[in-house]
Design a protein. Structure first.
Length: 626
């Protein structure tokens, strides 16, 4: 066949050869498939002078791609010409096939015209090089090719002197990466929202001392009140329905993030000024929890949109970014949380905390999304015939049906049941707080230092999971973390009985070491929960389903806290009496092993992939039914 070499000279080479991309490389390349979805991906490169004024987009992939994108590309296909890009070693081949009026390739040599140019990648521009390297075939295809559409093939030429000169110019730098995730404006917004969630821990000690010292509540009352303030985290699916189906000021994400920041600032400001009873404290803390929970749903939906259908490794990197940002915020706040309470009091800390949610409002402008109408339709699309209210109700009904269809699937319901049981075991944290402050004399400043250590430990747990444990099967991970967590929890008996002092270890150092190890293990054990939940969410109900799964998990935690409060009262542990505290700790840690016989409810990695496909098929069936 007649073709052009990299200097524009004619040469003959075999056009029937196939170019195969190795499996590992295909999987790596498919992870960055989004680059080709921009309106002028390859065609905008410096190498091929495609008709820039007329070209609308590179065409579709062979293989598995989102249906919505494929349908969009169908409208751009031209019946006369189809361009193909194939990787060949360190270069690539551009081919154009002439099509007949029926849309099929002409068979005879007289009616068929093909022009190919084999060009080394070093002569290509930055965009072309990136696309050729990163945008080949999806992992289930053996042919490393991409089809694209071109309106004016005469303008397509091989490498030129100008292209070679551009090689000497500095190229656009790639965005920096954090935890293996490229930091785009959206991911920066995600990271900052999680950072705010972590830095809001500045008020955690202040709340504990406010309830204990200012309002004079006993351990059981404090545990119950804290349990009630967790209620906004139990109805997260409602926030998902609102965010997915009712755009606010034209946006589904950024508007709600902005308002959540304002609500959080107002609630903390009320605690800093006029709240002076347990009912007012309950309402203010409820509102602050609502602002954090709602913003968490919104940002989680953004994470799920990026994690859906990805490998466990990629999903793990996204979750590591989120929780690493949260742990970083916790580190920033932990150092000052105790000392500020000791020096200036809890009201001052609440006032400082009131400023922090405004960061969420500020980063909302970084979220990139298309403007939507009140009916949930993009403003660029055809307006909806029904009213916004009816459209929202119809959308909510559709979301609830899709949610029910997804949740009732055994591949989703059974793992969720295990997570609930795993979280619903009783806890003795509140009783231990009263013991360490009233009996051992730990002050706010020292407890702040302990929080600093636990925040660093949380970040270390995220890093350990991200680097070493992302590929560990879920059942194995939960078995060992639960078993080790129970054993480490029993070490609190040493502190209660004072055995550590018998061997020369002070109470302070023992408390720090115990918190350090326990936090690392707890963070490592919780990461797989987030990864599994993110990978199971089908398109269209990202916020709703992920929020439902997290609400069930949070509900288990609330049940565990309530059971712990009941056991605290049952064993007679108060702010002054700690005689049965050791027995309470033993009961709580032994019962944490009860979920282990149900490990079979968790899927293997292959079952997770099947669950993802099943969830997507359920959503597709619902969409067709509509």
């Amino acid at each position: 066949m007649l073709s052009l070499n990299n200097r524009g000279h004619r040469q003959i080479h075999n056009s029937n050869s196939k170019f195969i991309v190795p499996k590992q490389r295909r999987e790596k390349l498919f992870n960055s498939v989004s680059l080709l979805r921009s309106d002028a991906a390859i065609v905008r490169g410096n190498f091929l002078k495609f008709c820039r004024r007329k070209v609308k987009a590179a065409s579709a992939f062979h293989g598995r791609v989102g249906k919505k994108w494929n349908e969009r590309e169908v409208n751009w296909l031209q019946p006369k010409r189809v361009w193909t890009v194939r990787v060949h070693g360190r270069g690539f081949v551009i081919a154009c096939s002439q099509m007949d009026d029926r849309g099929s390739e002409k068979s005879t040599a007289e009616r068929r015209r093909k022009v190919e140019g084999k060009v080394p990648l070093r002569h290509a521009g930055a965009t072309t090089t990136t696309a050729a390297n990163a945008e080949m075939a999806p992992p289930d295809s053996t042919n490393g090719s991409i089809e694209m559409v071109e309106l004016d093939e005469e303008r397509a030429t091989p490498a030129s002197k100008r292209a070679e000169m551009r090689e000497l110019l500095p190229r656009k730098k790639r965005n920096c990466e954090l935890f293996g995730v490229e930091m785009s404006p959206d991911t920066v917004a995600i990271a900052m929202v999680y950072f705010v969630q972590g830095i809001l821990g500045l008020s955690r000690l202040a709340i504990s001392f406010f309830l204990k010292d200012d309002l004079h509540l006993d351990p059981a009352e404090t545990a119950v009140l804290i349990g009630f303030t967790s209620f906004p985290w139990l109805i997260k699916p409602i926030y998902g329905l609102i965010s997915d189906g009712l755009p606010l000021f034209g946006y589904r994400r950024r508007s709600y993030l902005f308002l959540c920041g304002l609500l959080g600032a107002a609630s903390w400001a009320s605690l800093a000024t006029f709240v002076d009873d347990k009912y007012g404290a309950l309402i203010s803390i409820l509102l602050s929890s609502l602002s954090v929970a709602f913003s968490d749903v919104v940002v989680d939906s953004m994470v799920v949109e990026r994690a859906r259908g990805e490998s466990q490794n990629t999903s793990g990197s996204l979750q590591s970014l989120c929780w690493g940002s949260s742990a970083t915020g916790g580190i920033v706040s932990a150092y000052f949380s105790g000392s500020l309470v000791e020096l200036y009091g809890v009201r001052f800390v609440f006032g400082v905390t009131a400023v922090l949610p405004l960061i969420t409002s500020a980063v909302a402008v970084l979220v990139r999304e298309e403007r939507m109408s009140l009916s949930g339709i993009r403003v660029s699309d055809k307006p909806a015939a029904e009213s916004p209210e009816l459209s929202f109700l119809a959308h909510a009904k559709s979301q609830l049906c899709s949610l029910w269809e997804a949740v009732k699937e055994p591949s989703i319901f059974l793992p969720t049941l295990f997570i609930f049981l795993w979280q619903a075991t009783p806890m003795s944290d509140t009783a231990m707080l009263y013991f360490t402050t009233n009996k051992l004399g730990f002050g706010p400043e020292f407890l702040g230092r302990v929080r600093l250590v636990t925040s660093v430990a949380s970040l270390a747990g995220v890093a350990i999971y991200n680097q070493l444990l992302k590929e560990v099967p879920l059942r194995k991970m939960f078995f060992w973390t639960t078993t080790l967590g129970s054993l480490i929890g029993l070490s609190q008996i040493v502190l209660i009985k004072g055995w550590n002092r018998d061997v020369g270890i002070s109470d302070e150092w023992f408390a720090v070491g115990d918190s350090l190890v326990g936090t690392v293990l707890g963070q490592v054990s919780f990461m797989p929960v987030l990864v599994l939940a993110a990978r199971l969410c089908p398109p269209g109900v990202e916020a709703t389903l992920f929020a439902a799964l997290m609400s069930i998990s949070n509900g288990g935690g609330v049940v565990g806290g309530v059971i712990g409060a009941w056991l605290t009262g049952l064993f007679g542990v108060t702010s002054e009496n700690f005689d049965n505290l050791a027995l309470l700790v033993v009961v709580c840690n032994v019962t944490s092993l009860f979920p282990l016989p149900f490990l079979g409810l968790l899927p293997s990695n292959g079952d997770v992939a099947a669950a993802v496909e099943k969830a997507e098929s359920v959503r597709d069936v619902d969409s067709k039914a509509e």
